[in-house]
Design a protein around this ligand. Sequence first.
Ligand code: GLV
Ligand code: MN
Ligand code: MN
Ligand code: MN
Length: 419
Amino acid sequence: MITSDIRVDGDRLWRSLGELGDVGAYSDDDTGLRGVRRLALTDADLAGRELVTGWMRAAGLTVTIDRIGNIYARRDGRDNTLAPVMVGSHIDTVATAGRFDGCLGVLGGLEVVHTLNDHGIATERPIEVAVFTEEEGVRFGTDMLGSAVAAGRIDLADARQRTDPDGVSAGAELDRHGLVGEVAVPIRAPFAYLECHIEQGPILAAGDTRIGVVQGVQAITWLELQITGRAAHAGATPHHLRRNAGLAAALITVRLNEMVESGAYGAMLATVGRQVNYPNLINIVPEKSLITVDLRNPDGAAMARAHADLAAYLAEVEQLAGVTITSRTTAETPPVVFAEQMRDLVEKHAANLGMSSAPITSGAGHDAGEIAALCPAGMVFVPGLYDGISHNPREYSTPQACADGIDVLLHAVLELAVA
Ligand code: GLV
Ligand code: MN
Ligand code: MN
Ligand code: MN
C-alpha cells in the first residue's frame, strides 16, 4: 500500500458529526433550525464525551483523562517511548451552536485513526486524539480553559475555582462527573499538535480555496465590567440627577465601535456580547449594568493600546454618567504564530492532495494556540457556508470540505508520526 494514495472515509466522518450533533440538540426559535447546546461539563457535555470515548475505545484507543477533564485517546506506535503526535480540539459548544465548531477536529482525529486501522498502517510514534475541556469559555468565563491548564498557562487550582453564572465551580462539576483523571497537568509535551477546524469566518467561503493554512491566532482579551449607578423613577427623575448604569453601558459600547472604526487599533474587533441591567424594568433608571467586552486583534501592541485607552474612557464615563465601574479581565491571550514547519507541512500536504490553499489568520481562539506553548502546533481550516457563520445553528460546512480538511490532517500526521 502506498500511503500517499489513502483517503479518509468522508461518509463515516459526516455520520459521526451528525450523531454527536444530536447530543444536546435544541430547537432554535430564532432560526427555526436545530442547534446544539452542549456547554462544558453539563450533563449534555458528559453525554457527548461518553459517545466519543465509546467510539475511541471501539477503535482500539486507550483513553486517559487529565486533572481538568481533558481526554487523550492513544493509538500505540512502534516505539511508545516517543512523544506522541497529538490531534484534537473540543466538543463543548456555545449555547447556540452548530455541529462543526470543535467537533470536526475531534471526530476528524478519530477518522484519521479509523483510516490507519482500515489500512493496517502502523506508525513509529503514538498518535493521540485530544478533547479539551471548556474551549468555548462561555460557562466558566475563560476560553481554552482545558488546553491552557494542559499547557501550564492556567493553574489547575485557579481553573477549578472558576464559577459559572449560577456560582457552580468547574471543580465541583469535574468531581460530580468523575472527570478528575490520572494524567498530571501540565501534560508532557507532545511531539507536535495539529487541529482541523472550520474557519468560522467569511474569507474561505468567499472564494474557492479548499484549505486554509493557519498562520496563527489573534490576541484575545475578555473583560467583565460592573457598572453601578442608582435606581430611580423614570418619570420623576430629571436627567441631571440620574446615575444611569444603562447609559454608561451604552456609551462604552458605542466607544468600542468608534475605536474599531477609527482604524487606530489595527484590525481590532470589539463585541459587547452580554449586557444585563438591574432591575431591568421599563420605568426604572438602571442601577446596575453588567457588560462583557470581547476584544480581538492580530497585533498585540495595538491590543494593549486599546485596553489602556478603554480604561481611560471608563474613568470618563464614571464622571459623565455618575457611576462607578469595576473592570475584571477574565481572559487574555497574546497573538500566537504557529511554527513554520507546521505551516509548511499543512501547505505541502494540501498541494500533494491537489487542493488549493491559502494562508489565513484565525479570528477565533483555539486549543492549538495553547498547545503551541508545548510543541510545534498548526491548524487546517476548511470553509463554512453562508459567509462562514458560526456560533449560530446556521453554521455549516459540506461533507467534501470536511473530508478535505481531514485528508490533509491524515497525511500531515502520517509524516509526523512516520508510517
Ligand atoms: C471561541 O470559540 C472563541 O474564539 O471565542
Ligand atoms: Mn472551536
Ligand atoms: Mn467556538
Ligand atoms: Mn474557539
